[in-house]
Design a protein around this ligand. Structure first.
Ligand SMILES: C[S@@+](CC[C@H](N)C(=O)[O-])C[C@H]1O[C@@H](n2cnc3c(N)ncnc32)[C@H](O)[C@@H]1O
Length: 486
């Protein structure tokens, strides 16, 4: 086996690991010659600039970096993504893991767009290199380059990697399932306005707390920023990973609830960022997919969970919560005036038979409320249940409470809401932290505000213009508010 770029990168870390990360590249990996040419060019420019006392090496080097990215994209990512889509690589990886597990514990595996990686625990009876060669021999259908990177990991790294891998593996399964479904179509709201507000650019690190279909993130990436994209919905994450594959180097997609954004980023070693965007609510594919149970127009299971792992679905609430609790949900989150009458009817109906589908519930509500105007009588109740199932207001409050701590000084916090309850929470919080002083009638003079930490970027909320409203009626209730950390 010749000495190759990945091998040169191989490094053994202390303590001498029993856990190894083994990485193998597809046959179409970038060759040594290209890699060397890129590295030589980079070194030459750096040295020349240093000698001439010129600053801004990063910008001048971007030409080489772009070249490298194109090279990697065309030679590795594109063909591999195709193979992955065809299900080929995943099937191979299964066989691979099975073969490896006969002798040594295979803790996790994943197939990225550029390479296959396996985390193995070796008992000393075999070297990681020979194990990798055995792997290669066991997967004859896969066109592996004779390039293997073996990296000894300490236990903490191994645990982290394993955690990531299992979610990546789950996503991969979901991604291939989703790929057979309809494409993910979500029209991004206030796309230019929200992204510009975060002032993206090279060297900036931004958080898209509601990755969704990746519309906002794509613009941030196009502007040169590095992005951490959080979403609790595996279908959204898979769709974004596919759409944004060309930017994989600067995009980190993470599963989770944005209420834990600070902890999630800290786990990945990120303490502070330049901007946070949250585009609150649900995406069009979530509403449009009958199986997700968000829509009263399409027959589907009464689910409404953005994260399928959430404990309670809408059916759980409707069939098991107390009548008063259901009424409170409908009133608080849907501002539904007939909340008590609807709750009473739900309880009567569920005594006859469980309420399991969206249309069943919609019909029950329509039986209580006569239809007035264009709006379906179940609109407000469905919205209320969705907010309750996903604890949307609780998550937003938590993001508001913690978001500023994640920002650097001058960092921006932008939130798009679609609902008066959410906008009220954002407005109140943003007002609270942008006031230098507070005053109360009983005080003789205003006092310094201990919460003062930011300034407003726009005095009024930004709303969609006529063109956007005509193109995307779903944007009609959107409001963007932005503050900047002092
Ligand atoms: C309106 S969509 C975002 C669309 C995205 N900005 C785009 O342009 O494609 C909202 C997304 O946020 C996700 N989401 C909502 N609440 C969340 C939460 N508390 N934590 C993480 N993701 C959340 C939903 O699953 C959904 O995919």
């Amino acid at each position: 086996m010749s000495t190759t770029y990945p091998q040169k990168r191989a490094m053994a870390r202390q303590p001498e690991g029993t856990c190894y990360r083994v990485l193998m590249w597809e046959a179409c990996a970038v060759d040594e010659q290209h890699m060397q040419a890129w590295k030589d060019g980079r070194t030459r420019i750096l040295a020349a600039m240093r000698d001439a006392g010129i600053k801004g090496a990063r910008g001048k080097l971007s030409i080489f970096e772009k070249e490298l990215k194109t090279l990697i994209f065309n030679n590795i990512e594109k063909p591999l993504t195709k193979a992955v889509r065809a299900g080929f690589s995943f099937a191979r990886a299964d066989a691979l893991a099975e073969a490896l597990s006969t002798d040594n514990a295979v803790l996790a595996y994943r197939l990225g767009t550029a390479a296959a990686e396996v985390l193995v625990h070796l008992d000393g009876s075999e070297s990681p290199e020979s194990m990798a060669e055995r792997w290669q021999a066991n997967t004859t259908g896969m066109e592996w380059e004779a390039q293997i990177l073996v990296e000894a990991l300490n236990l903490r790294e191994a645990a982290l990697w394993q955690e990531e891998s299992s979610s990546a593996e789950q996503e991969a399964t979901e991604a291939s399932a989703a790929a057979s479904d309809a494409e993910f179509h979500h029209v991004t709201v206030l796309a230019a306005e929200a992204v510009q507000a975060l002032q993206p650019g090279e060297g900036k690190v931004l958080v898209d707390a509601t990755l969704g279909g990746g519309g906002h993130t794509e613009r941030m990436l196009q502007a040169g920023a590095e992005v951490w994209g959080i979403d609790q919905d595996p279908v959204a994450r898979a769709a974004s990973a596919k759409r944004l594959a060309p930017y994989a180097e600067r995009l980190h997609i993470v599963a989770g609830n944005f209420r834990n954004a600070v902890q999630i980023l800290r786990q990945h070693g990120v303490e502070q960022v330049d901007g946070i965007l949250a585009d609150i609510g649900i995406s069009s594919p979530q509403v449009d997919c009958a199986e997700r149970g968000f829509s009263f127009l399409n027959e589907g299971p009464l689910d409404m969970r953005m994260n399928p792992a959430t404990a309670k679905s809408a059916a759980d609430i409707v069939n098991h919560a107390a009548e008063s609790e259901i009424a409170d949900i409908l009133w608080q989150y849907g501002e539904e005036r007939a909340s008590r009458a609807i709750a009473r009817r739900i309880v009567q109906e569920r005594a006859k038979a469980p309420i399991t589908t969206t249309t069943q519930l919609a019909d029950i509500i329509a039986g209580v409320l006569p239809r007035k105007g264009k709006q379906h009588p179940a609109t407000r109740s469905f919205q209320a249940l969705r907010i309750a199932v996903n604890d949307e207001l609780g998550a937003l409050e938590e993001l508001l409470r913690t978001g500023l701590s994640l920002l650097k000084s001058g960092g921006r916090f932008a939130i798009i809401t679609f609902h008066s309850l959410e906008d009220r929470a954002v407005k109140r919080y943003f007002e609270l932290v942008t006031k230098a002083e507070i005053d109360r009638p009983e005080w003789p003079a205003p006092r310094p505000n201990p919460e003062y930490a930011a300034k407003a970027v726009y005095r009024k909320p930004v709303i969609p213009g006529d063109e956007e409203l005509a193109a995307n009626p779903r944007s009609r209730s959107a409001k963007l508010r932005v503050i900047e950390k002092l």
